[in-house]
Design a protein around this ligand. Structure first.
Ligand code: PEP
Length: 253
């Protein structure tokens, strides 16, 4: 089996000012100091990136952003360019989160452009995919995920995708308290990996980290992480409190 370094990532969404984020990052840094065998990332709002980066300097915790535009500059009021995130200290950028897709009309085509622009700027995309409850209930889970991955990654060559991370986030499990069972997560992760092995490259798929996201908390992370194809977690609500998030990071102990 490929050696995939687990990634525990916190999506802070529209929470925390710069000062609050720096305070939370400082506390988290203390709580996860010395943890080994797992990578940690936090994604605060844009306005908190610089202060959070300053607080994380010298620590192993990576900084991520929650979104970006695909253009490098121009008349795009309210948008943020990839190089701006890079300059702010980001290593990762979350792309195609279901809230972006559902509330802000983000399409597979836009997501594709964002992934391309992120990679070109040296950012690691955390590419989110996931089905709604009605899609799951009507047996469309795999076809929805296949379409999202096909369109999101259309036109890429293997070399482009080396830094990609995928996050499977069933929409019905995000912020709802309903978590996919470990069997449901495993089934989807294995399917996505198989599909990408066929469509992109077996070795790429073997090394690809696939995170699970959707109401991950200290009480369920261990069983999810025990699944062979679950390589980490993308965490919303439970990442806001450093104490709780650090328990997720320490899932092995
Ligand atoms: C998310 O927003 O990516 C997420 C998984 O949220 P939550 O953990 O709150 O369900």
């Amino acid at each position: 089996m490929a050696n995939r370094l687990p990634l525990i990532a916190g999506n802070w969404k529209m929470h925390m000012t710069g000062a609050e984020a720096a305070q939370a990052a400082k506390r988290l840094k203390e709580l996860v100091a010395g943890v080994a065998g797992v990578e940690v990332m936090i994604a605060p709002p844009f306005t908190a990136l610089y202060q959070t980066a300053a607080e994380l300097s010298g620590s192993a915790i990576a900084l991520g952003a929650q979104n970006m535009h695909w253009e490098s500059k121009g008349a795009f009021t309210g948008e943020i360019a990839p190089a701006m995130l890079k300059a702010a200290g980001c290593r990762y950028v979350i792309i195609g989160h279901s809230e972006r897709r559902q509330l802000f009309g983000e399409t597979d085509q836009n997501i594709n452009k964002k992934i391309r622009a992120a990679i070109a700027a040296g950012l690691q995309p955390v590419f989110c995919i996931g089905e709604t409850e009605s899609e799951r209930e009507s047996g469309q889970t795999f076809s929805v995920l296949d379409k999202q991955t096909r369109k999101g990654l259309e036109g890429f060559v293997l070399q482009d995708l080396k830094s990609l991370v995928v996050a499977y986030e069933p929409v019905w499990a995000i912020g709802t308290g309903k978590t996919a069972t470990k069997e449901q997560a495993q089934e989807v992760h294995a399917h996505v990996r198989r599909q990408l092995a066929e469509r992109v490259d077996p070795d790429f798929a073997r090394h690809l980290r696939i995170l699970y996201g959707g109401s991950v908390k200290p009480s369920n992370i261990r069983e999810l992480m025990a699944m062979p194809d679950v390589d980490g977690a993308l965490v919303g609500g439970a990442s806001l409190d450093p104490q709780t998030f650090s328990q997720l990071v320490h899932y092995q102990s």
